[in-house]
Design a protein around this ligand. Structure first.
Ligand SMILES: Cc1cc2nc3c(=O)[nH]c(=O)nc-3n(C[C@H](O)[C@H](O)[C@H](O)COP(=O)(O)OP(=O)(O)OC[C@H]3O[C@@H](n4cnc5c(N)ncnc54)[C@H](O)[C@@H]3O)c2cc1C
Length: 464
């Protein structure tokens, strides 16, 4: 009931705005970005990431069925050899004109060790949910979407939100790495500990993870609550909400002074599944609001408050793996930094002020989450918990301003970049952010002395 009213309200808002703003829409909606050709002059097929900004024409594509086949590919195939999961990273981690390697055929749960599941790295998070639930277990947390492969999610330090919950790699207790010399190396905190510390978050730059042992939790039902309120109220209460709720995040919506809040808490209530998401309708309203009212920030804010201020809350109860992730059919590009918790809201306020002053074209909500600490060397959460701030741009819109306008704010406040999301940092800056940066590079050199795993983006990142 509440959701259908919510969608109806937003849908009506979109219609009114579209009717009133037809001329403005025609002037402001951008054409589709030009796609590179699907074949290059040598007849090699195009590979592109989810948002469309990273691409290449791999000479070889490989999908090994066994670890032995994978080891052979790593030893013999043309460099750079790059593993790909679901291609959902925004940074150019995957593009290669050498070998593109998918672990799609190395998927599923391999075995159980007590409550820990040994999971093959090609497993998509969306498939892992039901597979774990069949054993009464679940991942402790999930990111905003569940399309990622386990290997890809570990590769960039992928995380959800929850003050007491770690990023996915923080729940890994052991893993197996296939290296370019054809070895399969098992590691954990006691066996090959340096490789374990380096490999948990390693962007496919040490070798290919074939499987990881994951802590799991009981598969509990969660109560999901989504509501919109003034941003000032959200900021005043956010810290207490992070402390109180199992999962809490909020989306600050620029040019509206509003925020959408989402909590998830364990419950024994019966399931009342989540209705179809109204996020697309909301995004459409925000886009049309930008197109129609973007010329005047006060007018835009006033219309936003009328349209969105009275949207009713959404409630649902279901198992966590069905609730924590969302479908994101509207494509975007994104920058996310992980900040010391004390500076998270200060940075947010500065980012909103910068965007509202300089970038009237932005309409996507800005996402704030909290992530518990872990000890992987290149984990953005190494050394203490972090508060993340993520800024999104519609895939048709420019995103380059993120580097000039937004990134300096994050850096000023001690932020570390999400490895899979846009940033322009290189080795010299990153070494200052990660105490074990040089330890990581040493392990990398030992495992891949000729740099067969490095594409140009990674060479730049590591200063090689
Ligand atoms: C719509 C959307 C929503 C998102 N939401 C979140 C979110 O909520 N939280 C978050 O933290 N991030 C989020 N991300 C970012 C995303 O989770 C990461 O970029 C993640 O790495 C993508 O996983 P993938 O399987 O697509 O990996 P890819 O992008 O294909 O690869 C990522 C990296 O992992 C490496 N890799 C892949 N497989 C292996 C392997 N088996 N062994 C070693 N290395 C490997 C690749 O070489 C590459 O360096 C989101 C991205 C999108 C597009």
């Amino acid at each position: 009931m509440s959701l259908s009213r919510r969608s109806a309200l937003l849908g009506a808002g979109a219609t009114v705005l579209a009717a009133g703003g037809a001329i403005a829409l025609a002037a402001r909606d951008k054409p589709e970005p030009v796609s590179p050709p699907s074949l290059d002059p040598q007849g090699r097929m195009l590979w592109r990431n989810w948002s469309g900004i990273a691409s290449s024409y791999p000479a070889v594509r490989s999908a090994p069925k066994t670890e032995a086949e994978l080891a052979e590919v790593l030893k013999t195939s043309v460099a750079p050899i790059r593993a790909v999961g679901a291609g959902h990273s925004f940074t150019a981690l995957v593009p290669t004109d050498g070998t593109l390697l998918t672990l799609d055929r190395l998927a599923g749960i391999e075995s159980w060790q007590g409550d820990e599941a040994v999971v093959r790295a090609g497993t998509r998070l969306g498939a892992l949910g039901p597979a774990l639930a069949a054993h009464g277990r679940a991942m402790a947390n999930l990111p905003d979407i569940n399309k990622q492969s386990l290997g890809g999610a570990l590769g960039t330090g992928t995380h959800g939100t929850g003050k007491g919950l770690k990023a996915i790699h923080g729940d890994v207790t052991a893993l197996r790495l296939a290296t370019v010399d054809g070895r399969l190396i098992d590691c954990d905190a006691k066996t090959n500990p340096a490789i374990f510390n380096a490999a948990r978050v390693s962007m496919g730059a040490l070798g290919v993870i074939t499987q990881a042992r994951l802590k799991t939790t009981a598969n509990r039902r969660l109560h999901r609550h989504v509501w919109v309120e003034p941003l000032d109220k959200t900021l005043a209460e956010a810290e207490a909400r992070f402390a109180k709720h199992r999962n809490y995040e909020f989306y600050a919506v620029p040019f509206t002074d509003l925020a959408a809040n989402i909590t998830h808490d364990e419950t024994d209530l019966p399931a009342t599944p989540r209705p179809a998401s109204s996020d697309d309708a909301t995004l459409n309203v925000l886009k049309q609001l930008r197109n129609l009212a973007g010329f005047s920030t006060p007018f835009r804010k006033a219309v936003a408050k009328t349209l969105m201020g009275s949207v009713p809350p959404e409630e649902a109860v279901d198992e966590g793996w069905k609730l924590l992730s969302t479908d994101r059919p509207v494509r975007f590009n994104e920058m996310e930094f992980h900040l010391p918790v004390e500076t998270q809201f200060i940075a947010l306020k500065e980012v909103i002020a910068a965007i509202e002053t300089h970038r009237r074209d932005v309409f996507f909500p800005i996402e704030l989450r909290r992530i518990a600490a872990d000890d992987a060397w290149l984990s953005p959460f190494q050394g203490g918990p972090r508060g993340s701030v993520a800024v999104h741009c519609h895939y048709k819109d420019e995103y380059e301003f993120l580097f000039a306008l937004v990134q300096p704010i994050f850096l000023k406040h001690g932020g570390r970049p999400h490895w899979g999301k846009l940033h322009s940092l290189k080795a010299a800056e990153l070494a200052g952010l990660y105490p074990n940066w040089n330890d990581f590079l040493k392990v990398r050199r030992e495992l891949d002395p000729q740099g067969r795993l490095l594409n140009p983006y990674l060479k730049g990142l590591f200063g090689i």
